[in-house]
Write a protein that binds this ligand. Sequence first.
Ligand SMILES: [Zn+2]
Length: 189
Amino acid sequence: MFRTRFITAALGGIAALVLVGAPSATAAPQRAAVQTIYYDASQAAELSSQVDEAAEIWNTRVTNVKLVKGQAGITVTTAQNGSAPGTASCVGCTRGQIYFYRNQIKSSGAAPLRVIVHEFGHILSLEHPPDIGNCDKVMAGGRCDNPYPNADERAAVDRFWGRGQPPAKPGPDHADENEVLRAPALAGR
Ligand SMILES: [Zn+2]
C-alpha cells in the first residue's frame, strides 16, 4: 500500500517535471503578415472615387488587411441596372467581383458610399447581422447614410485576416442583398 502510494507520488513528480520542462508551444504567437487585397476600380465609372474612399475607410480602421489599387484581385464594375444596389461575389476573399447598379442604388435610398463600404465589407469577410437596418453597422444595410463600420465590424475583419488566409465563402444571394440594402432604417438610429 505504502509502496504503491510512493510510486504514484514519484510518477506524479516526474510528470510534473516533464510538464515544466516541456517547451511552451504557446510562447510568442506568430503574427500573420498583413494581407493585401488588390482592387481594380477602372470599370467603376462615376463611383470610382467613392470606391477609393470606401477602401480608405476600411484601410484606416483595420490593421490586418489592406485594400490596394491593382490588378488580379477584386474587380469593381458599375452598370446601369441589376439585381441589387450592389453585389459581391465572395466573402473573405482576395479575388472576385463587386458590381454596383446605379438605378438600384438610386431607388434604394441608401447612400452610395455606404453601399460601397458594405460590399467591401463582404470581401473583407463580413456577413449580414440580424438587425438589418441598424445604421450603426455598415453590414446591416438599410436606407442609411453612415459609411463607417462600427467597432465590432472592424474587430471581426481584423480577427478574420489575423488568422492568415482562411477559405473564402460565396457572396450573398442577390435577392437577400437587394432586400438588405433597401430595408428601412431601424427607428431610433
Ligand atoms: Zn450585403
